[in-house]
Write a protein that binds this ligand. Structure first.
Ligand code: ARG
Length: 440
């Protein structure tokens, strides 16, 4: 297949190397964005008089025709082309002839590829923000329903103090809120147009990068051509946000797995979201949660992979950067599907309120409150701590005995009323704030 270069090359590229370097398969998802970028570039070139009106009309008409066909799944890159940019030009040339190559004037694949990538990323970020938000909405609904359900809160996976189930669920809501904010911030980083930076130094043609940026809906054009052709900060930021969001999902997945055990028995996954064993008929396994927990590893890996690709690169573009896209695409696919799966599993799960209440009625969970009561009755905190510790071992001091009736699990939860605490009233206020957060 004809290449976009080759004038000085005496022999053909090795077939082995050609296979090794080909990026068409992964670039394919950039096709609509490449067509958009080409369209904006041609439009700008015609506005500044680099391409004559007639050629521009022909090119724009045909690029639009191709875009519509791509959108309708009637056209998709195929054949032995080095990358999506080569395919677009070849396809264009098959329709309009040699003027197709004028799309290459005043730009290079180095600025084009990262323009395509940023355009794709912007759409993807909006999709991922919505996916996170949908999950937050589900957690909010579950929290609303379970405000007055009491369960043990844990530290070191040992029962610690009683909390409202809603409080536990909202903890994940806030983790996801921070994830959503990171994705929103990443959109800002991504919203810069590289087109016109050329291979590295810009162009001697009278191009107007601000105009191309405007036509493509970017917030601004690049500041420095050397920087922008090799800058992948937006991709790293996305991978970091995705990795952290997956880590949060994985923590929740771990709790789903624990809570679904006979030992805990706090939760039952719906049949629609669990799997049986081919051998053991009694089994109902929390596979969706396990897969999310497992796949978190690959997203963390993608972040490390891209950071490592970039760390030794001199300015400006280097071919190493081609491998930015598979990492980001894979991480985005994993994040999007994991959010959907975990949200679906949670939404349809049943909480076993009695089991939670029974576990929360463990008198040990009231130990802190008992010590606090002793302090209120005038015993210094260290001594109170000591006395309650001994009480837990069966040695109850006379000063402790009269206080025992004053304490219940309900009073321990209800007593925690300040902002952000685990008590019912405080959690109700927290729920209001969570609801408002999603409105903006
Ligand atoms: N496939 C390449 C990439 O994704 C496109 C840019 C190629 N540029 C070059 N100078 N070989 O990075």
């Amino acid at each position: 297949m004809a290449k976009l270069w080759g004038g000085r090359y005496a022999v053909k590229t090795s077939a082995v190397f050609e296979r090794y370097s080909n990026s068409l398969a992964s670039d394919t998802r950039l096709t609509p964005y490449d067509l958009k970028a080409c369209t904006a570039h041609v439009q700008m070139l015609s506005e500044v008089g680099v391409i004559n009106e007639e050629d521009a009309r022909k090119l724009l008409h045909t690029l639009n025709e191709m875009s519509v066909q791509v959108e309708n799944d009637e056209l998709t890159p195929s054949g032995n082309h080095e990358d999506v940019h080569s395919w677009v030009e070849a396809e264009l040339a098959s329709r309009v002839g040699p003027i197709a190559s004028s799309i290459r004037i005043g730009r290079s694949r180095n600025d084009l590829v990262v323009t395509d990538f940023r355009l794709w990323m912007k759409d993807e970020l909006l999709y991922q923000q919505e996916a996170v938000k949908r999950f937050q909405q589900i957690l909010l609904t579950l929290a609303e329903r379970n405000l007055e359900v009491v369960m043990p809160g844990y530290t070191h996976l040992q029962r610690a103090q009683p909390v409202s189930l809603a409080h536990h669920l909202l903890a994940y809501f806030w983790m996801l809120e921070r994830d959503r904010q990171r994705l929103i911030q990443c959109y800002r980083t991504t919203d810069v147009c590289p087109l016109g930076a050329g291979a590295l130094a810009g162009s001697t043609w009278p191009i107007r990068p601000e105009r191309t940026a405007e036509l493509l809906g970017f917030a601004s054009a690049f500041e420095n051509s050397l920087d922008v052709v090799s800058d992948r900060d937006f991709a790293v930021e996305f991978l970091a946000a995705a990795a952290l969001c997956m880590v949060h999902c994985s923590r929740l997945a771990e709790e789903i797995i624990l809570w679904s055990t006979t030992e805990f028995g706090f939760m039952r996954l719906s049949d629609a979201w669990s799997t049986g064993s081919s051998l053991m008929p009694q089994k109902k396994n929390p596979d969706p949660a396990e897969l999310v927990r497992g796949r978190t590893g690959s997203v963390i890996g993608h972040l490390m992979a891209l950071l490592t690709v970039i760390k030794g690169l001199p300015l400006a573009y280097n071919r190493d950067l081609q491998d930015d896209k598979p990492t980001v695409f894979a991480a985005a696919d994993t994040l999007g599907s994991s959010l959907e799966v975990l949200a679906g599993a949670m939404e349809s799960a049943q909480f076993q309120n009695e089991k939670m209440a029974a576990a929360a009625s463990d008198p040990g969970l009231l130990a802190t409150d008992l010590a606090d009561l002793l302090v209120r009755s005038g015993v210094p905190f260290a001594e109170s701590h000591e006395l309650v510790g001994r009480h837990c071992e069966g040695d109850t001091d006379e000063r402790v005995k009269p206080l025992l009736e004053q304490l219940t699990t309900a009073s321990a939860v209800e007593g925690r009323t300040h902002r952000g605490a685990a008590g019912f009233k405080a959690v109700a206020a927290q729920l209001d704030r969570a609801r408002n957060t999603l409105l903006v």
